[in-house]
Design a protein around this ligand. Structure first.
Ligand code: NAP
Length: 294
């Protein structure tokens, strides 16, 4: 298929690379023009990249970025034609998604929101999980591309329901990780062997994918970004906005938001969100690490 891929960050870069590897004709665009994908053509603007494409796939930072890419100067909008499908794998506002879909459909193209879970390793391995919102027939047409970049697609309903589901997924990740981080800090103060604690967690009902993924990084104090703190903070704000709009109270998340706020103020926004533990450590006067980590 002729695919235009917009946004070559931690997620978009390997997603586009997997499309190329599978033999699709890919044209990419990235805001910072130095990023390219081997085997794909590079375009100077989103409009140029989208020209003649069957599918326009986006994976950019936030709601504002999606709006710029679609409707800004030299945006995708100017290249939209009947039958084209625009797919958004960024995590953005469900309300804005409805608006973007309406504007895209006004041009005869269709719109699907398909945010992902699986992080950097999932993107690199083509093992992402998509949660999609859109028309059944449109999702069906995308199956060959979903199959290359991911291992499964969950159909969550009409447009914007993929984004809504994604926010509720990241709400749990943020709270589960916070629980793990608080447990590690307390365990350190109590003198518990942290590697043994992680093994105990994995063997018990406390186990979780979040802990299995993050524990090795945290115990080695590797906070290089898989999922940057600034992006999880963006998601937390989207969750709290959605909660306000729907009159839902999220007291646990409100507390976690304060931690992300402080961690951002300390300049940790570009580190992985796992680095939020460093604030807890500072408050407790302890550093969490495995016995073997130097
Ligand atoms: P990233 O590495 O920070 O990449 C962000 C991408 O968005 C870059 O290509 C960046 O371009 C582009 N961008 C930022 N602002 C822009 C703007 N105003 N206009 C046009 N392009 C803009 O982020 P990522 O980790 O790939 O995440 C991308 C999306 O996937 C986010 O919505 C994130 O929440 C979501 N997500 C991430 C993960 C994860 O584990 N990393 C997992 C699931 C979902 P430049 O190169 O010029 O900066």
């Amino acid at each position: 298929m002729r695919v235009c891929f917009l946004g070559l960050g931690i997620m978009g870069g390997p997603m586009a690379a997997n499309l190329v590897k599978a033999g699709h004709e890919v044209t990419t665009w990235n805001r910072t023009s130095s990023k390219h994908v081997e085997g794909a053509k590079s375009a100077a603007t989103p409009r140029e990249a989208a020209q003649g494409a069957e599918i326009v796939w986006m994976c950019v930072a936030d709601t504002n970025a999606v709006e710029q890419v679609l409707f800004g100067a030299n945006g995708v909008e100017q290249a939209l034609t009947q039958g084209m499908i625009v797919v958004d794998s960024s995590t953005i506002s469900p309300m804005a998604t409805l608006n973007f879909a309406q504007r895209v459909r006004g041009r005869g193209a269709d719109y699907v929101d398909a945010p992902v879970t699986g992080s950097k390793i999932g993107a690199e391995a083509g093992q992402l999980i998509f949660m999609a919102g859109g028309e059944e027939g449109t999702l069906e047409k995308l199956q060959p591309l979903f199959g290359v970049m991911g291992k499964s697609v969950f159909r969550m309903g009409t447009v914007s329901k993929g984004q809504a589901a994604k926010l509720t997924m990241n709400l749990q990740i943020a709270l589960i990780y916070e629980g793990f981080a608080e447990a590690l800090v307390l365990a350190s103060k109590l003198g518990v062997d942290l590697q043994a604690l992680v093994e105990l967690i994995k063997a018990s009902m406390v186990r979780s994918g979040v802990v299995e993924y993050k524990a090795p990084f945290v115990l080695q104090r590797d906070f290089s970004p898989n999922f940057p703190l600034r992006l999880m903070f963006k998601d937390i704000r989207l969750m709290l906005d959605a909660a306000r709009e729907t009159r839902v109270k999220l007291p646990g998340l409100e507390t976690v938001e304060e931690i992300y706020d402080l961690a951002s103020e300390e300049g940790n926004g570009d580190l992985d969100y796992a680095a939020t533990i460093t604030l807890l450590e500072k408050w407790a006067g302890v550093e969490v690490k495995a016995k073997s980590a130097s």
